[in-house]
Design a protein around this ligand. Structure first.
Ligand SMILES: *Cc1c(COP(=O)(O)O)cnc(C)c1O
Length: 354
């Protein structure tokens, strides 16, 4: 793929002080068009700018869009690393297939990410725990109000320097098990990374926040009995010494952190079970003292220990609302690989530039 690069003549000032998440964007962006008959074309890196779309552009009306999320990390050795970008490329195509968006060659996805990160690599923050968040996305752009797959698309990648998720070390969160709203059902698009799933989640999230819980844990959409996942994270439990997580059943997002956690736990000799887990099983395991740990997994936080689970009128405390041993070890290991502090035995990191 040939990528034309046009550099900005007016670079912005880099942010000073504490970085938050998702509000500051770098000097450049990647953009590429799709047109039926012509395929993906005109790959280019241009100064970060607004895009102009006709109000009838399909994405505004029927939500035909997808997104991804990954990070670039600058290590103490000065090297810039990506974490398993090939997995994001594969997941892009799984999402695209579900949403009738044309397939994107996996190597082009990875090349585009590397190229735009390289152009803006001076924007990668270096303080402990910080990184450059990468947001690739595709939108349907046909000017047409009919319900059908669009014939034109834009693939865009924007970059945002982001602060440490945990400012003073890992901290356990409280999670609301939602027993009314559901996020996705099998046969729907729960496994796809698309905005519609998030739109569907907002009402429950607002409810949970109002009650002082940071995130929602979804139950299956049919029986509202089995654990699915958290807002933007997959969920793991340590029960009776075993690592247990809901199996991928079509309504759960196949997280790359989830997959990495499974691999790392297996390499440590833990038995890992991917299966159905009912709320009732969790409640009895907690009552009997067998629910040893609970944590969420996702690119943003990597590992998010859960200290409290609310279900209807019950509040379950886990590990005394303290960080579990496996949670801490997983966090240290995976972030260690990402920042190049420990050896990458799995061959997961990909260098950008030299
Ligand atoms: C992105 C996402 C995750 C986490 O996936 P990672 O690849 O680990 O970042 C989990 N659940 C949902 C709904 C997501 O959108």
């Amino acid at each position: 793929m040939e990528i034309k690069i046009t550099r900005t003549e007016t670079p912005k000032a880099k942010p000073q002080g504490k970085l938050g998440f998702g509000k500051v964007f770098t000097d450049h962006m990647f953009i590429m068009n799709y047109e039926e008959g012509k395929g993906w074309h005109d790959a280019r890196i241009v100064p970060y700018q607004s895009i102009t779309l006709d109000p009838s552009a399909m994405v505004f009306h029927y939500g035909q869009e997808m997104f991804e999320g990954l990070k670039a990390y600058k290590g103490a050795d000065g090297k810039v690393r990506l974490f398993r970008p090939d997995m994001n490329a594969k997941r892009t195509n799984a999402t695209n297939q579900r949403l009738c968006i044309p397939q994107l060659p996996e190597e082009d996805f990875v090349e585009a990410v590397k190229a735009v990160v390289e152009v803006d690599q001076d924007w990668i923050p270096t303080e402990d725990g910080t990184s450059l968040y990468i947001r690739p996305f595709i939108i349907a752009t046909d000017e047409f109000l009919g319900v059908a797959p669009s014939k034109t698309y834009l693939f865009i990648i924007i970059l945002s320097p982001s602060g440490a998720y945990y400012e003073s070390g890992l901290a356990p969160v409280g999670i609301w098990i939602e027993d009314d709203y559901v996020r996705a059902v099998r046969g729907g698009m729960g496994f796809a990374k698309t905005g519609g799933n998030y739109a569907a989640s907002l009402a429950a999230q607002v409810k949970a926040h109002d009650d002082g819980y940071s995130q929602v844990l979804w139950l299956d959409g049919v029986e509202r009995k089995y654990i699915e996942e958290v807002g933007a994270m997959n969920i793991f439990f340590k029960i009776d010494g075993k690592i247990v997580t809901p199996m991928l059943n079509g309504s759960i997002l196949p997280g790359i952190t989830r997959n990495s956690v499974i691999e790392v736990c297996k390499s440590w000799g833990y038995e890992v079970e991917e299966r159905r887990i009912s709320v009732d099983e969790l409640i009895s395991a907690q009552k009997e003292g067998r629910l040893e740990e609970c944590f969420g997994t996702g690119t943003a936080a990597v590992i998010s220990p859960v200290g409290k689970l609310r279900y209807k009128d019950d509040v379950m405390l886990i590990n005394n609302n303290e960080i579990g041993e496996v949670s801490q070890k997983l966090y240290d290991t995976i972030t260690g690989i990402q920042w190049g502090k420990i050896e990458d035995k799995f061959g997961w990191t990909v260098n950008v530039g030299k």
